[in-house]
Design a protein around this ligand. Structure first.
Ligand code: CO
Length: 135
């Protein structure tokens, strides 16, 4: 089902400060921050070789990432895996009784389709499945 790790998501209080930190100290080139209003986040990505890090800042304190920051503080938030067919992956997981946060695909940053698997059903790791545009 899983093609590759698409990104690792870090929850941060201040996306500009975090971007600057990685840019100045590690020489990465963060992209433009993108607001995903539906999820209450602003996100930016930077490439590390074949992999990507996603920095996520809540736009409101009652969003899931806002609550995560309040409870757990900054740090590792989720892993995203690329799949070929998100709808098919979600129905297979559902059939297997895996607890999902999103039973239907949602729009994610960068125009992808994405859905979250509940961390309770995934040994404590919030797991995102991503289907890229055009397959
Ligand atoms: Co993500």
């Amino acid at each position: 089902m899983l093609n590759r790790i698409y990104h690792l998501g870090y929850a941060v209080e201040d996306i500009e400060a975090a971007s600057r930190f990685y840019e100045e100290n590690f020489g990465v080139t963060p992209g433009e921050p993108e607001v995903v209003e539906e999820q209450g986040i602003v996100a930016t990505m930077f490439k590390v070789g074949e992999s990507t890090i996603e920095l996520v800042q809540p736009t409101r304190s009652d969003s899931p990432v806002g609550k995560f920051l309040a409870n757990r503080g900054e740090g590792f938030h989720h892993v995203a895996f690329e799949v070929d067919d998100l709808r098919e992956a979600l129905s297979e997981l559902k059939r297997n009784g895996v607890e999902l946060i999103d039973e239907e695909p949602r729009r994610g940053a960068g125009g992808v389709r994405m859905a979250f698997v509940h961390p309770k059903g995934a040994f404590g790791v919030l797991t995102e499945l991503v289907e890229l545009p055009d397959g």
